[in-house]
Design a protein. Sequence first.
Length: 934
Amino acid sequence: MEGEGAAADPRKHTITPKAVIHTKFGSKATYVVEEVIEQPQNGCPGLSIPQKGPCLYQCRLELPELSVVSGQFRKKKDAEHDAAQKALHKLGIHQSKDNPTLEEAWEELVSRIGYLFSDEFLASQHPMSGHLRATLRREGDLCGLVPITVIAACDGKVNSLCKSIDPKVDSNACLALLFIKSAASKLSGSLSTSDGGLWIKRQNPYPQNILDSSTMQESCSSCAIRVHALYIPSSREELVEPLSFDVPPSGYYLDIIAQKLGLSSSSEVLISRSIGRASSETRLYYAASEFYQLDASSTVQKVEPCRGSLNVRASFLSGQDIFGDAILAAVGYAWKSKELFVEDISLQSYFRMLMNKTPAGAYKLSRGAIITAELPAAFTTKTNWRGLLPRELLCTFCRQHRLAEPKFTTSIVPVKSAPDLSGPPKKLRIMKSDEETEYADVGRPTPAVEESPESGSTFKCEVKILSKTQEVILVCSPKESFKRQIDCIQTAALKVLLWFNAYFLDTTPETLTLSADSLDITFNTEHFRREFKLSPSVYKYQQKKIPEIAGNNCHVIIEGPDSGMSPSSGSLASISYSVLLATVGGHVKELLESANEFEFEIGTGSVVSHVEVAVAQMSVGQSAFFSVDIPDQELILAASDDPTRTISLLDSNSCCLEYCVTLLHITEPLEDRMEQALFSPPLSKQRVEYAVCHIRESDATSLVDFGCGSGSLLDSLLDYATGLEKIVGVDISVKSLIRAAKVLHSKLSKNPGSIKSSALYDGSITVFDSRLCDFDIGTCLEVIEHMEEEQAHLFGDVVLSSFRPKTLIVSTPNYEYNVILQGSAVSSQEEDAEEKSQQERSYKFRNHDHKFEWTRKQFESWASKLAVKHNYRVEFSGVGGSGDVDPGFASQIAVFRREALQLPSLGDGPVATAGPASHHCNIVWEWNNGSGLP
């Protein structure tokens, strides 16, 4: 029999000496640890105060056959370990240092099965002993019959030994049952098994004194225990339904579950691994087909996976194949308790379990905001992140899907030399460091890689997702480098989470591949499909896509006086809110979700878009009221405390969500806080006023904002009286553009002023698009520092050689002014320690996302060469501070004005002249005053 087993699991399976002693002797093994008093070796002669030496411990292990004494150790557990090891040596038991051999695994399995039916185990506080006692309370032929499926599910040591015999046990429950039954058959003198059933029985009855001490200690209550569970049909056409049953005081709950599944015996009930935390008793119970009726002569080769109707929903929850109808229940026996443990399982619990298997769902649950929160699209700083960090989320996700721990590898990317802007633009010379840190998430990175702000080094991180058998599923290697190691790790983890989340949204294979490319991910299709073989529609609870603005009936009503303090991109907004499920007309309402204080970062997509759009229009102290279409039913049920009532409301097919949001306070980004501490009005407002002044002076009627983001400049321009008739924005962030579209649409619909048309485009500002050409004014305020330096040089060439606005206004931080800004910033006790340390370092960048910041000399050199090259004249100015006194303006500005038009020669500059119909950008939003609709 043993020779036909598979090879041992390549993973380590070390059994400690104490575990071996416990397996063989149980409660008969007694450890007595005593403190050993030692005199100090280097005492001081004549000192009247007694001196105490180091605290050491010694352990005496008493066994029925012998007694041993350990050496002296600083830790109690080390003394116990040494005593157990000495006892094994005296007993002649040689412990395998690595994985047990196939023969050793079988011997240990037989020994463990025998111990489970011993007198001492029955009285122990072990989950398995609870099942033994319950079977002994039965009457008639069923008394003492223990289902083999219970042993496989409830005893971790048995399960581990079965995996050592054949690793396929992890995915094929049949094998574990076969191995347990085969091991029990070797104990025919003390145990009996059935040729046709999956149960084991002790042949000799337990002594009466053992029965009295074990069974009588349990609750003597005469009341039945009510269990609230769920019935999950194998057919996905049938709904998951609540199920309740009572367990009588002298009954065995597994017998009742068997009845509910239509089975004649509890030995026909298969039990899944625990769902959720390791100590959880939440499991799935399902029927064993005739295929499972094994006999002792069965071999591994004859055992195949169960066939039948796959229960996709139950299989996804448990991570193993489940066939036929199943019952989801939280009932069983726990450690250190002889009482039956019961916890209610509701539809809300079920849908939250489904959510927790997806990245976005796990994040929503960590925030306690199932309907309102979203998995952020970007990691900015640890200070602004709320909920589980991306790295923690990714580790949780891998455990949920029974993958190996994610493997992070960080490397230092030192900058050999800074770019020389006095000559032609040069690409930064980057050298890959030989110094790398590689670790799984179970530990912290080794101290070999340390942040060295003085060196100018940056960090990169690669993350690998592996199967349990160490097959590579995907590798994420972000191109970006970061000044702080934590930022590169969290960003890499978030990219993997976003890609997995795209899969759970039932994305097409083509879109999934494109998503992987955009997130710097490569994946092995075969390995991925093997690990995630179930259809995403099984756990599709995600919110429906927000309708386009043309069809969006979300009308925001804002109440309260304008305090003048409004959030901007990067701000941390604190809101209170409530979400109600309401029938159309508001006759019936049910509270789904609320929070007295909920924080999120503006511009990262960490809340559903309609909430962020509403908050962007508010000032501190104001409240917003609006209604939106309901998301998917599963999401609503996961949030509802009364699913039955909620289902009845949803069945009316005329429901919506009603929001009430109050903006409590905002925390500006570090850059803005530094500026506000020194300037009034803030630099951001001064830059807008500077642009408005030039618009008025030039009588401009058209404006394009390069890198418009969430449209803060375009939005602000609408508050001023100008002659602008057409305003356009372009950015690479679709989410930011959607926010900008909703804000602009709301404002233009109410009061368009002189504006006749507006549009927002998704695309790069370094690639030509004919629709962005020949505007009166182009603006690019505080944008280029967010690009790599070579990209900033490329943008300068493209905008002046191809887009050719009459006037171009470019602003960027003055690096020389940082020491003043950082010195004036007000430190708060609530600020993150990392942010404080960053703030205290002089001459650091103002924002975590800045790739560079230029001195006045560097900026003027860049702008002057561009002007000469492309037939523009350039003037330098700025806002914040004075240009005549060092260190100059806080925000330096270059104003390019086009000279008489000259036809550029083909190939002049890095970008060749494109045809008039060249459309690189995608239209995100358009608005025309003629129709009043976008």
